[in-house]
Design a protein around this ligand. Structure first.
Ligand code: PLP
Length: 408
């Protein structure tokens, strides 16, 4: 039977302390015990349902974690203060000095910088591969490899990882597969395709209002317990704990994620099809021209579409900057990094979110100067938005008024 992530979120029922329709927020950093023995057992991780100290867990954080685990179809989850606060502890929990990682070369700039510059200080080395070439992935595995790391839909190039096939490689070699699913919540369910740990930056689509940061690692109870272990748990000891007030607000926004994702996908597909027809170099997984289109279709939960992320290559950084400034001036969105907001966001990843990646490596992976990454918003009338965006493109000379499909 098809996996229905939004139905699983809908089926969660919470009551607040006074019968509220939202769960009560736990406004405490520390918790009392009626017996000293229970406090000791809680420290040891043997007292189910007891709270100790908020860096470990809080009722609000557990509610959010439970909902995200339901969405991803994992046993449980651990929320963190940011996406990086979820990603780096998950990696550090699984890899120790001397270990090796195989990672996609087209990943979030922060994760790339962590693996490239930070982890080697702990003698953890990473081989970066083209994740769409499965033989390259397998050939990079060494006896020291512990994990394969990738994004379902990569940032910023929107390459699609064949999670099912990569998980087979991981299992064959006794490795864990970690998948960052930030770009495709609901659309793709990596754990259902064989991923061992599913990671998200909640800062993006899941929260959706660009007002807070958050992250989550979804996985087995055993792995999440390890992350929270008071003696050697990376989340417990590195300390990227989410605040309960934030957990409560993200949980409320999660309840509308399915409606938002459908609209993001609808709008992005619409614009991508039109701009491609106008002759612009448009990359969107929902386009037949996208090399990963069939693969995405095979993996996806179809009702949520191909997501809200799209790129257009306008040729040069100067043109990209001119266009983005004009689009912001005309209130089509914001020249800002991040994604998943209700307004469209755009940035040139080569000089912003992926600037951690050296220029020659950017070139090698196909990240060009003129690339604009769009996170398409929830605009009600996307036809109107298209006309307004097209007018900007004609004004800066990215589109020629006489060659576009329909003259203004
Ligand atoms: C933003 C992002 C992250 C990092 O998350 P933060 O919440 O900014 O720490 C990781 N992966 C992807 C794909 C992202 O877009």
């Amino acid at each position: 039977m098809a996996f229905k992530p939004a139905d699983r979120i809908q089926d969660l029922q919470y009551f607040g302390e006074f019968g509220g329709v939202n769960p009560s927020i736990s406004d405490s950093s520390t918790y009392t015990f009626l017996s000293a023995k229970t406090m000791f057992d809680t420290f040891e991780g043997n007292a189910e349902g007891c709270y100790l100290y908020s860096r470990h867990s809080t009722p609000s954080n557990l509610y959010l974690g439970q909902a995200l685990a339901a969405m991803e179809g994992t046993e449980t989850a651990n929320v963190a203060a940011s996406g990086m606060g979820a990603i780096t502890p998950a990696i550090m929990q699984l890899c120790k000095g001397g270990d090796h990682i195989v990672a996609s070369r087209t990943i979030y700039g922060g994760t790339y910088a962590f693996l490239k510059n930070f982890a080697p200080q702990f003698n953890i080395e990473t081989s970066f591969v083209d994740i769409t070439k499965l033989d390259e992935v397998e050939a990079s595995i060494t006896p020291k490899t512990k994990i394969i790391y990738c994004e379902s839909v990569s940032n910023p190039l929107l390459e699609i990882a064949d999670i099912e096939e990569i998980s087979k490689i991981a299992k064959k070699h006794g490795l864990k597969l970690l998948v960052d699913n930030t770009f495709s919540p609901l659309s793709i369910s990596p754990a259902k395709l064989g991923a061992d740990v599913v990671l998200h930056s909640l800062t993006k689509f899941i929260n959706g209002s660009s007002d807070t940061m958050g992250g989550v690692a979804c996985g087995t109870q055993e792995f999440i317990d390890e992350l929270r272990n008071v003696n050697d748990g990376a989340n417990m000891l590195l300390g990227p704990a989410m605040d309960s007030l934030r957990a409560a607000s993200i949980l409320k926004n999660l309840r509308t994620l399915h409606i938002r994702m459908k609209q993001h996908s609808h709008n992005a597909l619409n614009l991508a099809q039109k701009f491609e027809a106008d002759g612009l170099k448009t990359v969107y997984p929902g386009l037949k021209s996208h090399p990963g289109h069939e693969l995405f279709k095979k993996m996806m939960n179809p009702e949520y579409g191909f997501g809200g992320m799209m790129t257009i290559d306008v040729g040069s950084l100067d043109k990209a900057n001119e266009l983005m400034e004009l689009m912001q001036e005309r209130n089509l969105g914001y020249l800002a990094v991040s994604l998943g907001f209700y307004k469209t966001l755009f940035s040139a990843p080569g000089t912003s979110t992926s600037s951690e990646i050296p220029e020659e490596e950017q070139k090698e992976m196909g990240l060009s100067d003129g690339l604009i990454r769009f996170s398409i918003g929830l605009d009600n009338d996307i036809e109107r938005t298209y006309e307004m965006m097209k007018a900007c493109m004609i004004k800066v000379g990215v589109l020629n008024a006489t060659t576009v499909s329909e003259v203004l």
